[in-house]
Design a binder for this molecule. Structure first.
Ligand SMILES: [Zn+2]
Ligand SMILES: [Zn+2]
Length: 315
């Protein structure tokens, strides 16, 4: 039997437990360590039995608690190498430098190597906040001297399967404005779970990976009209709507109608925006797309929440 518990989902933090009888994985750690532990306790999951943390991408709503939690539990963190590097740049910011400072230093003949690094860091810092959120992790601020120090790091590559205990993991590339973002398919004890949030559209490789799933977790981030008329600055709106932004209710529905094979027992709508979506809108849009395929046995529709744990799914 496989168990899936969404601890949180949305632009303020994402974290999910995937477990078999023998292995327990945390997918993303986008809440503070304290909050993740609290929610695991609420869900009846013992954090001390976690075997690993897997990271989809370095945006803050996916990594906020990872360093503190991984150190506390002494467990490995799995990243792609590029995501790990981007995360370290965010965790170890060098002195921030404006472009004017950089020019001034150049004129004064300061070496270019350090300057480039500082400029890159500035870009990473600017790019790392997801959907405009940018508060720093309070736990991390008080962390040890090297805030990016981890007990153990394992690298994986998109498109190459690997295993954590008896769970097979298939990471696949998704279009999103991060260093090397991935979705996952998890397989264990004959159950297949597809996991795709934070993607601007659903490309062919993701459609392929998400076939034959027993549980499908899919982003339904925003209602396009609410986003257009909503409070975000235009640059952020453009980013969210872009091909490397987030999946709208309409785009999720289009995938469910045209590309999805209808085989999952559960479809979970995830990463709903609190500012630019309403659960009822996301639900109606997906229900319309799934239409007569919904039954007591297949395509039960669930909505993952930001502020509370979704009851565990066991298959
Ligand atoms: Zn996100
Ligand atoms: Zn993201």
């Amino acid at each position: 039997m496989m168990r899936m518990t969404v601890l949180a989902s949305g632009s303020k933090g994402n974290s999910t437990v995937i477990a078999t009888g023998r292995t327990r994985i945390l997918v993303d750690a986008g809440l503070s360590c304290r909050e993740i532990l609290k929610r695991m306790q609420t869900a009846g999951e013992d954090p001390r039995t976690l075997d690993a943390i897997l990271i989809t991408h370095e945006h803050q709503d996916h990594v906020q608690g990872v360093a503190v939690l991984a150190r506390k539990l002494g467990i490995p963190v799995y990243f792609t190498e590029m995501t790990h590097r981007a995360w370290m740049r965010w965790m170890r910011p060098r002195k921030r430098m404006t472009y004017a400072d950089w020019l001034r230093q150049r004129e004064q003949g300061v070496t270019a190597v350090a300057d480039d690094a500082a400029i890159t860091t500035g870009i990473a810092l600017a790019a790392v906040a997801d959907e405009g959120e940018s508060e720093l992790c309070e736990d991390t601020a008080s962390a040890e001297r090297d805030p990016a120090a981890l007990h153990s790091v394992s690298y994986f590559e998109a498109g190459k399967r690997f295993a954590v205990g008896d769970i097979d993991v298939e990471p696949f590339t998704i279009p999103h404005d991060a260093a090397d973002p991935v979705g996952f398919v998890f397989e264990g004890e004959g159950v297949r779970i597809g996991f795709a949030t934070d993607l601007g559209y659903v490309p062919a490789n993701a459609r392929q990976a998400l076939r034959r799933c027993d549980v499908l977790m899919l982003e339904s981030n925003h209602d396009t009209e609410m986003l257009r008329d909503g409070p975000y600055p235009w640059s952020v709106k453009q980013r969210v709507m872009s091909r490397v932004g987030h999946l709208s209710n309409e785009a999720a529905a289009e995938f469910l109608e045209r590309n999805y094979d209808g085989q999952a027992a559960y479809v979970i709508l995830a990463h709903l925006s609190e500012s630019n979506n309403l659960p009822a809108l996301a639900r109606v849009s997906a229900e319309r797309a799934l239409c007569e395929r919904m039954s007591l046995l297949t395509n039960k529709l669930l909505l993952a929440e930001q502020n509370q744990v979704l009851p565990a799914i066991a298959l």
